[in-house]
Design a protein around this ligand. Sequence first.
Ligand code: FMN
Length: 498
Amino acid sequence: MSFLQQGVSRTLGRSVLHNTRHSTRSRTLFTKTTSAPRSPLRTSLYATAFVVSTGLFAVYYFDARSAVHRYVLTPVLRYTLDPETGHKLSVKVLRSGLGPKDPVVDDARLKFELWGDEVTNPVGVAAGFDKDGEAIDGLFDLGFSWVEIGSVTPKPQPGNPRPRVFHLPEDSGLINRYGFPSQGHASVLSRLRARLPTFISGPEPASLREGSVLAVNLGKNKESPVDSVDDYVAGVRTFGTYSDVLVVNISSPNTPGLRGLQNRDHLKGLLESVVKARDELTPSVVTFRKPKLVLKIAPDLDEAQLVDMAEVIRGSNIDGVIVSNTTIQRPSHLINHNKHELGGLSGAPVKPYSLKAVRTLRKNLPASIPIIGCGGIATGADVLEFANAGASMVQLYTSFGYDGVGTCRRVKDQLVEELSKTGTTWSAVTKKAIDELSWKEPPKEEKKESTVSQLISEAKELKDLLDKLGEKMGQDASHPPSPVTDRETEGAAQEIVA
Ligand SMILES: Cc1cc2nc3c(=O)[nH]c(=O)nc-3n(C[C@H](O)[C@H](O)[C@H](O)COP(=O)(O)O)c2cc1C
């Protein structure tokens, strides 16, 4: 027993003895008990100590960076509750307004422009954590610049039977087969409406925070026809007014047939329909504009499929792509026995697949279409890897589940540290990578050829006209007009084009 423990137990022992003696002395059979008068000084000392320690704990608790969240509360939740109950409890805490907060203003090095608007930092929370839009402000308070709620399905549905979420701690991974449990459009819509202030004087982002983005991720009911796009169109119409971005999620592995919509022919029809529905919306009463449309894809598409997909995206008016959702692959290095569970794998094991897909897509999409990287991001260095692959910003989910409420702040701090080493900014890093790696419109050879031949024929016509003019005017035979040869005409034309 340590010195401290011995001291404490002696003191406790003494106080128990003292109390026992005291209580036998003061109690008689029929008379009321009396207690010794308390010293007012001691009482006020206790009260002060209590108030100060409660205050200190509150300050400590509300600071999302506190170690207690990462090393005590989050592991306790993980070991004492099943994964889904732990998830639900976290949403409830963040919803209550009693969640911790990121107390630090974002470093200026992190800000960047997305679709012409300034965003304060490049770290967002991915879809699936707040499926029904209950904890939007609690999540923004943790420092995320992009909060994505959903996936939301038109009709409420329960999702797959439990258990449907499995931890793989040794692999820093997670497998889920939630299957879109959703309270449905109506319920989430009423929550989004309730969040709005009663009076809106001018345009505001739907996030209601400068430099932040609120996205609604649209899913599809399990009973809806496999290749129907109606659920997505309904989502665009329902949430267009209340979101900055709408995400068309066709990449969840847990809804039968959903990923088939990523095939070229289906995708073309889907994108045309959602873009049309978005364009037909009247501008939002909150943002005074229409939402951006973003597609969320799987990390399991091969190069040819990604190239096809990029071509369809280039021909559509989609504004961006999230790369990626969870994977159905099971890399051979996985350790935890849960690796055999069915569902989508997320966290560290998905990172190589997502990064590869980002690189392939970046090569095949123009710089004007941003890619949002997602999959296995847990540190500032991971974020930079996605930036160097051509992402404009990133999202995370699984590392947030493992490392707790301070994850966003920690990742941002690490990123600032990385950027400071080379004296650069997030904007500069992403711009360089995107400019270098993006797809560029190939030079229009045919057009050039047709311009050359057009010039040649025009020059020939001109020559004929001059000849005729010369003849007509009956010019002096000793000063005939110098004949222009075909070769000279061609040469002149080539020079003009070059
Ligand atoms: C438990 C869980 C539920 C998810 N639910 C959804 C969802 O409803 N819609 C969606 O688009 N993505 C969903 N995702 C995928 C994440 O948004 C993200 O794309 C994926 O997990 C990869 O990121 P990560 O490795 O940082 O978790 C879910 C992921 C997890 C772990």
